[in-house]
Design a protein around this ligand. Structure first.
Ligand code: COA
Length: 269
């Protein structure tokens, strides 16, 4: 897989996607949105990939939308502007959210503006303690546009979203964890090792059960209770079909034979 703006490294069933425009602080250009869209489609059905991790090249995660190539260069090309706007919204805030495989954000440094929508679209997020987050839009007289406002409303408490949105103040990885924007912050030297350990642990689980876990959560959020219960029963039957009843046969079967204790450990198979 070769992309102009991305690096993709596959190992242990984990695909590490690196936003690779370090000279531009990994800002998301129109080409990066096109590349990400294509990469996510290729990895969707890749049998060797069970978990995705998204990070940035160098010491930066992502400086948000490319202010020059997107906002300025496409200003007088409304059709192209809207097409890129949609592409940008789509992969961060819909494709990642409903992706059939778990996706983890690994925030290794600066994370500004539009990059918040990547983090929110991912299922899990880990950052370096000294990473710098900021809703910088207000600093240049914009607001968190595209899917960013909605991403903030989904994940943050109102006070935090509006405080950081209105002040443009930066915050570090520890604060990002405290306000629930990420799962956990690690000392920078441990970020890759710790994040990939979580990714590998998740990759060791049943892929179909992972997908059902994610879809059960994501879709239920937007359903009434009755619809969610109906959906959960349908998902259960779908899972039986997808994995040939492995959860009942191996998962419960091996427990009942005393082979392992699922409360304390994962099924070995
Ligand atoms: N869009 C386009 N280009 C960007 C960019 C962005 N979001 N962020 C950085 N760049 C470019 C700079 O224009 C510069 O390009 P040049 O070398 O061709 O002049 C290069 O990346 C390095 O930027 P610089 O500001 O010199 O690096 P820095 O390490 O001192 O600071 C940032 C890094 C991210 C703090 C700073 O570039 C910045 O504030 N960027 C804007 C972040 C932002 O508001 N993003 C929200 C967008 S929705």
């Amino acid at each position: 897989m070769q992309f102009e703006t991305l690096l993709i490294d596959k190992k242990d069933e984990v695909a590490l996607i690196t936003l690779n425009r370090p000279a531009k602080r990994n800002a998301m250009s129109p080409q990066l949105h096109r590349d990400m869209t294509a990469a996510l489609e290729q990895l969707r059905d890749d049998p060797g990939t069970k978990v995705l991790v998204i990070t940035g090249a160098g010491d930066v995660f992502c400086a948000g939308m490319d202010l020059k190539e997107f906002f300025v260069a496409l200003k007088d090309k409304p059709a192209e502007y809207e097409a890129v706007w949609k592409l940008a919204v789509e992969w961060r805030s819909r494709t990642l959210r409903y992706y059939p495989k778990p996706v983890i954000a690994m925030i290794n440094g600066y994370c500004f503006g539009g990059a918040f929508a990547i983090v929110e679209g991912c299922d899990l997020a880990f950052a370096a303690e000294d990473a710098t987050f900021g809703l910088s839009e207000i600093n240049f007289k914009l607001f968190p546009g595209g899917s960013v406002s909605k991403a903030l409303a989904n994940l943050l408490r109102p006070r935090d979203a509006l405080y950081y949105g209105m002040t443009g103040d930066t915050f570090d990885g520890a604060e990002a964890a405290r306000i629930g924007f990420i799962n956990k912050a690690f000392p920078k030297a441990q970020l890759v090792e710790q994040t990939l350990a979580v990714a590998r642990k998740i990759a060791g689980k049943d892929g179909h059960a992972l997908r059902a876990t994610k879809e059960g959560y994501r879709y239920s959020l937007e359903m009434s209770w009755d619809a969610a219960m109906n959906f959960a029963m349908a998902k259960e039957l779908e899972l039986v079909q997808r994995q040939n009843d492995a959860w009942r046969k191996d998962g419960i079967g091996d427990f009942l034979q005393g082979k392992y204790r699922p409360g304390l450990e994962s099924h070995p198979g």
